[in-house]
Ligand binder design. Sequence first.
Ligand code: ATP
Ligand code: RIB
Length: 319
Amino acid sequence: MLYFNKYAKGNNMSSKVTVFGSFVVDLMARTPHLPVPAETVKGSLFKMGAGGKGFNQCVAAHKAGADVTMVTKMGRDSFANVALDVMDELGMPKDHIFFNEKDATGIALILVDEGSSQNEIVIVPGACATITKEDTDSIEELIRESEYVLLQLEVNQDANERVIDCAWKNGTKVILNTAPYSPVSDECLSKVYMVTPNEVEAEEMTGVKVDSLEAAKEAAAVFRQKGVQKVVITLGSRGVFISADGREEIVPCFRVDAVDTTGAGDAFNGGFLTALAEGKDEWEAAKFASALAAISVTRMGTTPSMPTRTEVDAFLNEH
Ligand code: ATP
Ligand code: RIB
């Protein structure tokens, strides 16, 4: 089936890309402070919305104009409709959504401190951690047709490994957002084109504490030894470190008044993927993705905070 992305810019040539990953429903509460164990805190706001790192990244890319397909798994329940309704509203292709007939759609409990905007998250992946071999076998053609496939670590890792293998065999470039951290084998990493950890995940994966430019370079070298070609380490409000084609620098982020940084990494990854698919180099892509992420942190929520392409372009013109 042919889809037209209503957010695409007419003059942008973009290759096809796939996001393979989680969908969960985010149940978010804002609170005067994050509770300590055994403490109950009266919150000030509750919001339910679409979430999961995979889904957030795909929506970010779609609204930024990418020719992107989401692959995930949901239950047959009302929480699945939260995603399906968003996909209908945004005009996203739904033909690679799998359903688990007995397990429930996943959820994430998110607490956001209204002062510091720091968060605490518990995720129960549910159906999206039950992706079978039959499911992954059925997307081989989609992976083959894609220039990039972007994955995270929220679904069952055996499924991620099969998709990475398939991409490797078909010459599709794999971008692995190593969030939330869980171990990834060296064999699997050797098939990854680019990793996009945050600084904590970079330390967990390489053993190098990323607290300076030199340390970031050291962590990138460890990834390269494992066969990864390009390394992108997001550093929160300090920007992003890029190691690509012999050039290693930090690209600063845009200064904004952040109200909720949950999903900033997802916004960045979705924006980065979009820009790479348009043929931009890593430095231009980092600027585009930083703008997209900066807008997203000025808004509440994860998927609902992703800006449109028109908003990102206007922001870049102003800054
Ligand atoms: P999360 O797990 O909450 O999704 P993350 O840890 O994966 O986030 P970060 O490194 O915090 O990701 O942020 C990703 C990118 O978002 C940064 O590189 C930066 O460009 C942008 N960003 C994050 N926080 C801010 C902020 N306060 N102001 C502007 N931009 C920000
Ligand atoms: O990165 C933010 C996401 O992480 C949230 O949407 C939540 O679902 C958790 O998976």
